[in-house]
Every structure is written in C-alpha cells, then in structure tokens.
Design a protein around this ligand. Structure first.
Ligand SMILES: Cc1ncc(COP(=O)(O)O)c(C=O)c1O
Length: 308
C-alpha cells in the first residue's frame, strides 16, 4: 500500500522519519489526544473537501484542555497543516487522517508541551457485505469519572480494543457497549443509532459516549432537514436492541455503517439494510462530497491553493 508523507511539528516528512522516543509517555502510555478526520475527493469540483475541520479542531482543543496540554498551534495553522498534507502528498482520493497531539517531542516539556502530527492513510470501509453482526459486549464502557470517552485520547481506546477482540473471538464483527448504568452507550469507535417504532433514536450525550461530530450532523441537519424526522436522544435499554427495526453506527471513520443483527437477533429483514439507514447513508455521503451543496462551511477545500 502506498505510504504518504506525514506532517510532523511543522513539516512533511517520510513515514520512517516520523518517530517518537520509546521512553516518552506518548509511546508508553499513549498519552496523546487525537482526531480522525476524513477528506473526500470530488471529481466534479476537482477538489478535496475535509469535513467539519473546525469542529474537529475544537474537539481536539477540548481534549487537550482536559489533559492539561498546551496548545502549540492556532486553528489557522492547523488548517494550513491539513492543506499541506493534501497538496504535499498530491492527494486526489478519499483519505482518512489522524491528527495527533502528544507529549514527549524532543526539546519540549514532557508533561504538558505537545508535539503534533497529521498522518494521512487510506481507510477501507469497516464492513464487508451489507452490514455488521454485533454483540452486546460484556465489557462496560469506561465511565466519565474514570477514563472519559469524551476525552479522545489513544489510551482510552484499550476499552474498545478489548471488546472488539472479544466480539471477533465469539464470531461477531463489532461490539455494542453498555455504560455503567446498563444503558446502551456506543460502538468501539462509533456512535450508535437505531430505528424503533418508526423513530430514529440515539443515546443522549451523558451516556458515556464521545460527542460525535457525525452524530451532531445527523441530529441537527440530515435527519430533520433532509429526511424530515427529528432524532430522539434518550436512554436505550439492552432489550430494545433486539426488537429495533434498524440500527447503524456512524462516525467520521465509519460514515454510516449498517448493523444487521445484535446478539444474533436479526433486525428488520435481517440480511438487508433498512430503508431509513439507506437514506441517511446516501444523504451523508452527498453532504460530505458536496453533491448536497448546503452547509459549504462544513467542507474545507484543501486541494486547490487558496489565493485571495
Ligand atoms: C469512541 C468513538 N465514538 C464515536 C465516534 C464518532 O465520532 P465522530 O463522528 O466525531 O467521528 C468515534 C470516532 O472518532 C469514536 O472514536
């Protein structure tokens, strides 16, 4: 697979030069915070659109604040860094990138001063076939007072890793987490939505979930304005999962990924993607690529040079 140059602390470097010291907290404890961002190539516009960059940078800053990291770059500098990644690698294809702030960069205070890198990569779709076979994990989503999932640190993702490995060992594709109260939280790296009694439902933001940018896009724009349906944000019980008509994960990486069964209970017809999931998925892909031209402020052009 082709490798791309990585933007690290101010310049593009080949992958083998983008290294972290083995004795840094960043390597040993995964003391970092990060964002997973997608950029979409639009053939029609000859442009790469990075989706909701400003919101990703705002969330990165919130994670940094909670970790008491100092913020080494302004938003303008971060926009410029993403642009450099896209133009410097001549990217004209859909790309996923990790934007990572970490402690332990040479020459910086190892407790709080952060280095930053942006690593572009191809990211295949999460599923093969029509959708995922999920299970309700026996691992509990870490709670806000222990290891908060709202704080997007690489170290917090060990919770998702344990659950995903268990799911695979047990013959499923992906886990669904319950939180400490026994209510549905989310997937390992994605937000959970279901359709129940004709309504679109998702766990509320105090359910030990990441405050997902895709979730907000669905709640504030796609469901009400494209589909004409409001999203209900509430507690979801485990047993509701088994009788839902449809379910899907969403996220920058997952986009809209249908779920076909949970604990082997088929949802809807069981082997096909439900009608609302299909409509939400195509509306989302239209939006991120600019086929749906509304909300241009969410699509930062990162390919063509910007001349004033
Ligand atoms: C734990 C977790 N939940 C939800 C999401 C979806 O968030 P977003 O839509 O902001 O990508 C992600 C993706 O980063 C995640 O890692």
């Amino acid at each position: 697979m082709a490798t791309f140059n990585i933007w690290m602390n101010g310049r593009l470097v080949p992958q083998e030069q983008a290294v972290l010291p083995v004795n840094s907290a960043a390597v040993f404890y995964a003391t970092n915070v990060f964002e997973g961002i997608r950029s979409y190539w639009s053939e029609r516009d000859g442009e790469m659109y990075s989706f909701r960059l400003a919101d990703h940078f705002a969330r990165l800053r919130e994670s940094m604040k909670m970790m008491r990291f100092t913020v080494p770059y302004s938003d303008d500098q971060l926009f410029e860094a993403v642009r450099t990644v896209v133009t410097g690698n001549e990217l004209r294809e859909d790309i996923h990138m990790h934007c990572v702030a970490y402690v332990g960069a040479p020459g910086l205070d190892a407790t709080t001063q952060t280095g930053l890198y942006i690593n572009p990569r191809k990211r295949p779709r999460v599923m093969e076939g029509n959708g995922l076979k999920c299970n309700v994990s026996s691992w509990t989503r870490t709670s806000d007072n222990a290891i908060p999932i709202r704080l997007k640190s690489g170290s917090n993702y060990q919770n998702g890793r344990l659950a995903t490995l268990q799911s695979r060992a047990d013959g499923y594709d992906q886990p669904i987490f319950l939180n400490r109260l026994g209510k549905v939280a989310e997937g390992s790296g994605a937000t959970f939505f279901m359709v129940r009694k004709g309504r679109i439902v998702t766990p509320h933001s105090s359910s030990d979930i990441l405050e997902s940018i895709t979730r907000t896009t669905l709640i504030e724009y796609i469901c009400p304005q494209v589909l004409g349906m409001e999203v209900v944000e509430r507690d979801i019980d485990r047993t509701e999962l088994y009788v839902a008509e449809e379910a899907f994960f969403c996220g920058s990486g997952y986009e809209i990924t249908p779920i076909l069964s949970i604990d082997r209970f088929p949802l809807g017809a069981g082997d096909t993607v439900g009608p609302l999931t299909k409509r939400i998925s195509s509306a989302y892909l239209d939006l991120v690529r600019g086929v749906d031209t509304r909300h241009p402020e969410w699509r930062t052009p990162t390919y063509k040079p910007v001349h004033v």
